[in-house]
Design a protein around this ligand. Structure first.
Ligand SMILES: [Zn+2]
Ligand SMILES: [Zn+2]
Length: 718
């Protein structure tokens, strides 16, 4: 900049009449030669004038004062006075909060903001503001406190601040909810089938088998499982040092760049200088803004705000002192739902939860919050991990991986005499819900055998399950209740805890026994109904309105059904009178389902025997039990059969009652129980158990089978 222009311009500011003109020039110079201008202005002793300009009646120069203050060093230093802050606090000028926020850039300013109470004022405005731009500028201001321990402590102690962060994150998750909808990897199951039927060359087949087993590995965790900590907490610490923030730590978003310390870096982003509307701006910037619609800009900015808040939360959690204010159910929940339910979350946010888990002081509080259940259901049981053979999903895998890491940390502080004592003390309570919660914590977090044996946790869990399922009323009242807001049902918590007992080896075994059902392709297979052997006696099936459903060869029907065999081979009336018609009771099933059943009964292998849903499977299996057709049951339930393919969390309420009532295949019940404990969301579990609790005999069969299944598959002695 030529000669000493800034100095003279600064001097001229005292002349009120020429002020307008001078400010215009200064704005242009600020954009182009900030550093030189700053130096020259600060020598002109104009700080008093600039401050006075902020409090002028007209608001036209206020933004200029904020910009000058925010982007200078020398002149800012002269403006940083207690008098200025006091004057701001007592004024009613709308821009005063922005001005106060700008003080956050220096250590002096931050200390003054904190001690004068101005920081609390800014937090209050931040909380009530609905202006996106304004919120962004406050976030930028708060970010400067990262360098200031006392300031950060002040923020964490400020209830309004933490509440606002939680509220904003929840609102964001609600508005941009993007939860995975898992789908089956058809390419994978086709390969699986090919490997099994050995239609491939040996070498090729071996490679595929290996790939298959590798791929399945991710499924070998129980629904709530995580690796058991093998090391003492101290050792675990030294192996993976706790995250220590460095000033360079930042989110890869626009918020991050706005936190850059040099004014130049701020210029291209959401920085304060962006608001210099009447000064010529860079062409590039203009172009960029043109491309982005208003809606897109709003979305990007809302994301920036929430990411900024989460970033601050992550930083706050680094200081042990702050954890006492952050360990709250709503803080845990909002971070979990941000990670689980939004598109491309910043996974480093999980450090908030990990920090909570690593702090021994707060173990009891976290146990009482059911921290482990929140992590298990929210992160470990991410949607794509709850479907067998799901298309691989990085998001869900990452959620589960972080969830397990958090739990490992947490368990290392619970699985010792200190943490365990708290759990054991709960066992003496009269309230059975309390005792069950303690039993869940015990099973999930304590792995050390001697500590595990101190209280009868498993007995407690099974007793609770029996009690909850003993009547539909109990189920509704206790089974379906939640132990915290938006939490999983009580009964699904019990099942989840039991799931942890199943060994990976058992899951692997059961998964490998499970192939995929491919319906017959058109033009393949044989159908005796379409082309009955000539000269054979036929059996005609009709509905109760006498319409024909199907006509099948008598011999084949009798061979495959003990019921029809008994009916037509013995001295039954039908035989002697040569009536070859069977009337189907319509209430038992639809004519369409019965038609498929007759095709299956007649060993049909063409498309007419296609089973297309879980409900149909259940109906067909019931028919096959009713008409005593073991081969049809076997065909429905075997490892290539449709039942296992249609069996998943959402269909469990249809298939669990059927599986408990049938003996179609020796490993079927195991597969169904595995689906219950491993591949079902808490809603699925609740619906499935509700479907059977009407009938106490079925409930008894269920509990006995579950116990037997766990005993056969358990990691520990039952
Ligand atoms: Zn997913
Ligand atoms: Zn057929």
């Amino acid at each position: 900049m030529l000669s000493n222009g800034g100095f003279y311009l600064g001097k001229l500011l005292s002349n009120v009449d020429r002020r307008e003109e001078v400010v215009k020039i200064l704005k242009v110079l600020m954009k182009r030669h900030m550093n030189v201008l700053d130096r020259q202005l600060s020598r002109s002793e104009c700080s008093e004038q600039v401050i006075a300009m902020f409090f002028e009646k007209s608001n036209k120069n206020r933004q200029f004062v904020i910009d000058l203050f925010s982007n200078s060093i020398g002149i800012r230093e002269q403006m940083e006075t207690e008098g200025f802050i006091d004057q701001l606090l007592s004024s009613a000028i709308p821009e005063k909060n922005k001005m106060l926020a700008a003080f956050s850039q220096t250590a002096w300013g931050r200390a003054k903001l904190r001690t004068s109470g101005a920081l609390d004022v800014v937090v209050d405005v931040f909380s009530s503001s609905t202006e996106i731009e304004e919120k962004l500028s406050f976030i930028a201001a708060f970010r400067h406190f990262v360098h200031d321990t006392a300031g950060m402590r002040h923020l964490s102690e400020n209830l309004v601040f933490v509440n606002t962060v939680v509220r904003d994150i929840n609102k964001y998750v609600e508005e941009y909810r993007n939860e995975c909808v898992p789908s089956v990897d058809m390419e994978f199951v086709t390969k699986l089938r090919a490997v099994d039927s050995e239609t491939l060359e040996n070498e090729q087949a071996m490679a595929l088998v290996e790939e298959t087993v590798d791929r399945l590995h991710k499924d070998f965790y129980s629904m709530w499982s995580y690796d058991t900590p093998q090391t003492s907490p101290r050792r675990a610490h030294s192996m993976s040092p706790p995250y220590s923030p460095s000033p360079n730590y930042s989110f890869p978003s626009s918020v991050a760049s706005s936190a850059g310390s040099s004014p130049a870096a701020r210029r291209t982003s959401e920085g304060i200088l962006d608001e210099l509307s009447d000064v010529e701006s860079d062409h590039e910037e203009e172009k960029k803004e043109e491309k982005e619609t208003i809606e897109e800009k709003r979305k990007r900015q809302e994301k920036s705000i929430v990411e900024g808040e989460l970033w601050l939360l992550t930083w706050l959690a680094q200081d042990d002192h702050n954890l006492q204010f952050l360990i709250r159910d709503d803080v845990v929940d909002c971070v979990v739902s941000y990670l689980r339910s939004t598109r491309d979350p910043d996974f480093r946010t999980y450090r908030v939860l990990r920090r909570m888990a690593t702090h021994r002081t707060h173990v009891y509080r976290l146990l009482d919050l059911e921290f482990h259940v929140r992590i298990l259901t929210g992160l470990c049981a991410a949607p794509c991990r709850m479907l067998k053979y799901a298309v691989p999903c990085k998001h869900c895998d990452k959620c589960a991986e972080h969830g397990r890491e958090i739990l490992r940390e947490f368990a290392s502080h619970v699985d010792n005499s200190y943490g365990d004592a708290h759990i054991n003390s709960q066992f003496t309570k009269d309230d059975f819900v309390h005792r069950t919660k303690a039993a869940i914590a015990k099973i999930v977090l304590v792995k050390e055998r001697i500590r595990l044996a101190k209280v009868p946790a498993l007995t407690e869990l099974f007793d609770a399950l029996s009690h909850v399922m003993s009547s539909p009323e109990n189920f509704k009242e206790i089974g379906k209740m939640t132990t915290y807001e938006n939490g999983p049902s009580f009964v699904s918590q019990i099942i989840g805890a039991l799931s942890i007992l199943i060994s990976g080896q058992k899951i692997k075994e059961l998964c490998l026994n499970d192939m995929w059902y491919f319906p017959p392709k058109p033009g393949t297979g044989q159908c005796l109904l379409e082309a009955p052997p000539p000269g054979e006696e036929l059996l005609r099936f009709i509905d109760d309105a006498d319409s024909e459903i199907a006509v099948a060869p008598m011999k084949t029907v009798c061979e495959n059904s003990h019921y029809f065999e008994g009916m037509y081979s013995s001295d039954f009336v039908e035989k002697t009178e040569a009536v070859r018609t069977f009337q189907v009771q319509s209430e038992s099933c639809s004519p369409e389902d019965f038609r498929i059943f007759i095709h299956l009964l007649s060993t049909c292998t063409a498309t007419c025997s296609t089973v297309s849903s879980a409900e149909q499977c259940a109906t067909l299996l019931a028919l096959s039990d009713q008409f005593l057709c073991p081969d049809v049951s076997e065909r429905l339930c075997n490892i290539y059969g449709p039942l296992r393919t249609y069996l998943n969390g959402p269909s469990l309420h249809t298939l669990l009652p059927v599986a408990l009532a049938t003996s179609g295949h020796p490993t079927l019940l195991d597969t169904v129980l595995l689906t219950l404990v491993r591949f079902s969301s808490s809603e699925n579990v609740t619906a499935a158990l509700e479907a059977i609790c009407e009938n106490s005999t079925v409930v008894n069969t269920f509990i006995t089978s579950l116990r037997a299944f766990l005993t056969r598959s358990a990691n520990i002695d039952m």
